[in-house]
Design a protein around this ligand. Sequence first.
Ligand SMILES: *[C@@H]1O[C@H](CO)[C@@H](O)[C@H](O)[C@H]1NC(C)=O
Ligand SMILES: *[C@@H]1O[C@H](CO)[C@@H](O)[C@H](O)[C@H]1NC(C)=O
Ligand SMILES: *[C@@H]1O[C@H](CO)[C@@H](O)[C@H](O)[C@H]1NC(C)=O
Ligand SMILES: *[C@@H]1O[C@H](CO)[C@@H](O)[C@H](O)[C@H]1NC(C)=O
Length: 208
Amino acid sequence: MRHHRATEIHDPATIQQRYRDMLAVFVTVLSLTSVGHSAPLACEKLVRPLVQLDLHNLVGRWALVSGSMKHDADNLSKRDSVTIDFYNSSYTQINNFGDECRYHPRNFSVEGQNLKVTESTFNLTVTFFHTDCADCALFTLNLESPHFNSEDFILLSKRRQLEQREMEEFRAQVECLNMPPPVVMDPSKDLCPEQKTSDPEDQTEKKA
Ligand SMILES: *[C@@H]1O[C@H](CO)[C@@H](O)[C@H](O)[C@H]1NC(C)=O
Ligand SMILES: *[C@@H]1O[C@H](CO)[C@@H](O)[C@H](O)[C@H]1NC(C)=O
Ligand SMILES: *[C@@H]1O[C@H](CO)[C@@H](O)[C@H](O)[C@H]1NC(C)=O
Ligand SMILES: *[C@@H]1O[C@H](CO)[C@@H](O)[C@H](O)[C@H]1NC(C)=O
């Protein structure tokens, strides 16, 4: 199934649910738009896209600390942990489902301050934002494909758990972007090991 490749932060089993949710989401977006929500001035300070992407600092291992997803199908609470290993021009997202680690390697290109992933069935744009958290990476992740779009707002860190004030900053940023309340990952759950092979296909490794 081709859409299997569009399962970044997403569980492949939920793709069908996505289709069902689409109309509901569309209606929600329309009604939000018609309310004419205007972001308070504080949001301009809180939510600032990075003017320059420091790829060098991005390279390495990150744990997903918290994420806000517009689609219930993206529900992070189904996973024990999510790790992202960034390399120079690729990254591997590793979802830990408790009994197995699922590896999703992607090549990206840098376009301005954004990262772009272009696959045959979907496009992904990663836009980075400023955060006061020193060892964090904050970005929106927009997925576009012929059958669905999604938007996620993701906080990665070198640490598994952040200070309360750092989480408060993130929650405020989520509100500024009109995104749903974020899911906070359980910091006690294991991260999956780094991918050992160079096989470009998505892989699953059963835990012993
Ligand atoms: C994710 O799923 C859990 C349990 O299945 C549910 O309680 C929660 O509301 C869901 N979160 C989102 C953001 O959909
Ligand atoms: C990544 O880029 C850095 C600096 O441009 C370079 O020194 C390093 O060899 C590259 N690593 C790989 C794996 O391409
Ligand atoms: C990434 O690019 C490399 C080199 O161009 C290629 O061998 C590999 O298959 C690509 N991986 C993915 C996941 O597309
Ligand atoms: C991805 O983006 C390119 C360029 O914007 C576009 O031509 C292509 O149709 C898009 N692919 C998908 C699957 O949406």
